[in-house]
Design a protein around this ligand. Structure first.
Ligand code: C2G
Length: 130
C-alpha cells in the first residue's frame, strides 16, 4: 500500500486543485491531504482564506480521489506528518519545486506541473473586476 501525502490551502476550490489531487492519487493507493489552517495562512499570506478551514476540509474530504484529510497547523511539521501517515511520497505543484527536496531521505519528493492560467488569486481578481 503506497501512501501519498500532499499539502495546500485549497481556497476557492478550482480545477487546478482537482487536477493535482487526482494526479497525486494516481501515483499511489492512498492519498492523505494536509489542509493549511486559517492561522497558517494568516501568518504566511497576511490574509485569511476566503473559505475558512472547516469548509475547505469538508470540500476536500468529499472528493473521490482523497482518502484522508488533516489540518496542517505548521509548515515546520512536514516531516512529522510524513512519518505519522507513513507516506512514501510527498507530491506538490511545481511552484514549490526544490523547496521540499530535503524530505527525500524520508520519502520520494515529486513536483507535478501546475495547471496553467488558473489560481485562487486570479479568480478573486476576476470576481472583483466584474
Ligand atoms: N496547484 C496547481 N495548479 C494550479 C494551482 C494550484 O497544481 N493552477 C497546486 C499547488 O501547486 C499546490 C496545490 O495545488 O500543490 C494547492 O495549492 P494552494 O492551495 O495554493 O496551496 P498553497 O497555499 O501553496 O499551500 O505546506 C504547503 C502549503 O500548505 C501549500
Amino acid at each position: 500500500m503506497k501512501t501519498i501525502i500532499t499539502f495546500g490551502t485549497f481556497d476557492v476550490f478550482h480545477i487546478g486543485h482537482l487536477n493535482i489531487l487526482r494526479r497525486a492519487r494516481a501515483l499511489g493507493d492512498r492519498l492523505v491531504v494536509g489542509v493549511s489552517s486559517d492561522a497558517l495562512n494568516l501568518h504566511k499570506k497576511a490574509r485569511l482564506p476566503v473559505y475558512l478551514q472547516d469548509q475547505r476540509i469538508r470540500i476536500i474530504e468529499e472528493l473521490k480521489c482523497v482518502d484522508e484529510v488533516f489540518l496542517e497547523e505548521s509548515l515546520e511539521l512536514k516531516a512529522d506528518y510524513i512519518r505519522r501517515f507513513n507516506a512514501q511520497a510527498l507530491v506538490m505543484g511545481d511552484d514549490w519545486r526544490g523547496r521540499f527536496d530535503h524530505f527525500s531521505p524520508l520519502c520520494d519528493v515529486v513536483y507535478l506541473t501546475r495547471t496553467p492560467t488558473i489560481s485562487t488569486t486570479s479568480i478573486i481578481e476576476t470576481i472583483k473586476q466584474n
